[in-house]
Design a protein around this ligand. Structure first.
Ligand code: FES
Length: 247
């Protein structure tokens, strides 16, 4: 396959940055998208040029590190798929592929396609935990949880924190991420004792990090590789009002 990559290059957070084009002629459709970028970097190394900085870890859709905009869509052309799960067969031979980093004020660019998502870590630090001493693992049936409740908690817990929701939102809102992290604990009996404090602390940190407000357009749900539902945001808002009244 012959592909032209049009990639955002930026030396650091204060650099202006810009697109650069690279033509690669010997890709195969079985290569993953990240393998294609690896191959481009091998070519750049041989030409003694600076490699393209991009982030990844698991390459199997669970760590959330690999997110970039590909042809204007977070994580590329397919729904419910991370960048590392994307393969070159999704593109036409001869195509030009535009690759950009997440763009949001709260995710400053570190270099090229890598952004700093530590704002998410700080939101998690403010409540996505249970502080009760748990001791050894309890008997699995000691706390009975209905299937509906456990399914909802597990669906929320599927969030991999990639940041696609923020990057794709016109307001750069982190409401989908924060609500998923709140709901996966607040919906379960184990999360109940700190439920009110959790929603107040995590939403306060979300605001402090400079994320925008949610205007409920649903773009985040569409681009989320894990299919996290925006119902989580409505649930978070209801929990927030309850916490303000009873917290
Ligand atoms: S590299 Fe881990 S989700 Fe893509």
């Amino acid at each position: 396959m012959k592909i032209t990559f049009k990639i955002w290059r930026q030396e650091g957070p204060n650099d202006k940055g810009g697109f650069q084009s690279y033509e690669v002629n010997d890709l195969t459709e079985d290569m993953s998208f990240l393998e294609a970028l690896d191959h481009l970097n091998e070519i750049l190394v041989l030409k003694n040029k600076k490699v393209v900085a991009f982030e990844y870890d698991c390459r199997e859709g669970i760590c959330g590190q690999c997110g970039v905009f590909i042809n204007g869509r977070a994580h590329g052309p397919h729904d419910n798929m991370t960048t590392c799960q994307l393969h070159m067969r999704s593109f036409e031979d001869g195509a030009t592929i535009t690759v950009e980093p997440w763009r949001a004020r709260s995710f400053p660019i570190i270099k090229d396609l890598i952004v700093n998502r530590s704002a998410f870590d700080r939101i998690i630090e403010n409540g996505a935990f249970i502080s009760a001493k748990t001791g050894t693992a309890p008997e699995a049936n000691a706390i009975l949880i209905s299937k509906t409740v456990s399914d909802r908690a597990m669906d929320a817990a599927a969030c991999i924190g990639c940041g696609a929701c923020v990057a794709t939102c016109k307001n750069s809102s982190a409401a989908l991420f924060t609500s998923a992290k709140i709901n996966h604990l607040n919906g379960l009996p184990q999360g109940a004792p700190e439920a009110h404090q959790r929603v107040l602390d995590m939403t306060a940190q979300m605001e402090k990090e400079g994320f925008g407000h949610c205007s409920f357009t649903g773009a985040c749900e569409v681009e989320c590789p894990e299919g996290i539902s925006i119902v989580n945001i409505a649930e978070m808002n209801a929990r927030f009002i309850k916490a303000k009244i009873f917290g």
